[in-house]
Structure formats: structure tokens, C-alpha cells
Write a protein of this length. Structure first.
Lengths: 151, 58
């Protein structure tokens, strides 16, 4: 549901007029009207929180409708990764401190960068691209080709 | 279900960018990363043990 529709729905459920809600959340009635009509592109989290508090609802409902990440959406994203990453690897990595995890990320990206330099244009080596997709394709390498063909 | 929740809780302890990178890898490569980490882990352990033994004998 869009943010404006969500605010209107919650406001009506709280039996508040636009004027009352605007007053209770310290925004102008005009701004609240614009919000409900979807005319505000990026409302601030602070304003959304004040509106939510004035309606006695949790801020997350409005944050999610506005596209802000919340604990719930982040948790869902994590569950998605949990399903796509090997369970044993997750168990192993979760035992490492965060700073070591960051260093491991740099090492893996560095390795991918080294192994894919001087590359051809096939781009079918299967190694995931870097965060910004800046890793060029890898050149054919005998030993790697051999290990790949065995699997 | 409980096991799934436990693993999801473990995933939350992992750096999101690292998890994202691993999530883009095929399963076979993920297992190779795990194998690589375990080999390096073992190598470091052996090196430390050897160094301690050497220090004890000196």
C-alpha cells in the first residue's frame, strides 16, 4: 500500500481529522494533505515518526510504506540470503568477528579481481562481479579449467 | 522451523555485503570458499603450534 493511502487509512481508523492529526504531529494540514495524496516524494523519517506517534501506531508501518528499511525488512532480506548461502558457510562466518568478515570480503574481492584480470570477453566464469560490477572477466587458465571440468 | 530460525539468526551476524557477495555465487563456489577458509584456518593453526613448539625448545 502506498504511503499516502496508509496514512489516510490509519488516520480514519484513529477517527482523526486531517487538522487534528496535523496538529498532533506538528506538521501543517497542507503538508499532511500532500502526503496523503502522494505528492511528497521523500518524506523525512522524523515527520513519519511524529505522524505515527500521533496515531498511536508503530513507525515501521509508515517507514516501510515510504521505502525506508526497517528491522523487519532487513530481517526478511537476511532470511533470503540464508536460503541462498550454504548453511555450513553461514555457521563458519557467523563465528568470525565483523572486522574479520570485512577483511575476508576484501580478500575475496581482491582474489576475484586478480583471477579475472587480463580477461577475455566470455564472462561465463560464474565468479560473481564485485559490489559495483567492476570486476572484468577472467582469462582461461589451464588448472582452473581442469578443476572446473571435473565438477 | 526452529532450525531455520536459528540459521537466519546466524546469518544476521554476517556482514551484509559479504553475505550479498556469497549469495551471488553458485553453491559449488560457496563450498569452495568454505573449504578454502578451513584450509587456511588449519594452516594458521599448524603454523602457530609449530612456532610455540619452537619457542618452547629454545
Amino acid at each position: 500500500m502506498k504511503l499516502g493511502d496508509k496514512i489516510r487509512q490509519l488516520r480514519e481508523a484513529s477517527k482523526l481529522t486531517q487538522g487534528q492529526l496535523a496538529n498532533a504531529s506538528s506538521v501543517s494540514q497542507g503538508y499532511l494533505s500532500q502526503l496523503e495524496n502522494g505528492e511528497v516524494k521523500h518524506p523525512s523519517a522524523a515527520v513519519l515518526l511524529r505522524i505515527a506517534q500521533a496515531m498511536h501506531v508503530g513507525g515501521d508501518e509508515l517507514f516501510e510504506a515510504a521505502g525506508y528499511p526497517t528491522v523487519r525488512t532487513l530481517r526478511e532480506a537476511y532470511r533470503g540470503y540464508e536460503a541462498t548461502v550454504e548453511a555450513e558457510l553461514i555457521t563458519y562466518l557467523s563465528g568470525l568477528p565483523r572486522d574479520k568478515q570485512r577483511r575476508l570480503l576484501l580478500v575475496l574481492e581482491g582474489m576475484a579481481s586478480v583471477l579475472t584480470s587480463n580477461g577475455d570477453s566470455r564472462g561465463d566464469h560464474g565468479w560473481p562481479r564485485g559490489r559495483d560490477s567492476g570486476i572484468p572477466p577472467r582469462s582461461p587458465h589451464k588448472s582452473l579449467e581442469y578443476s572446473r571440468s571435473r565438477n | 522451523m526452529a532450525e531455520y530460525m536459528d540459521r537466519a539468526a546466524l546469518a544476521e551476524k554476517i556482514d551484509p555485503e559479504l553475505l550479498q557477495m556469497l549469495g551471488r555465487m553458485p553453491r559449488r563456489q560457496q563450498r569452495q570458499v568454505l573449504l578454502l577458509l578451513m584450509v587456511v584456518d588449519n594452516l594458521v593453526y599448524e603454523m602457530m603450534r609449530e612456532r610455540r613448539l619452537r619457542e618452547d625448545t629454545e
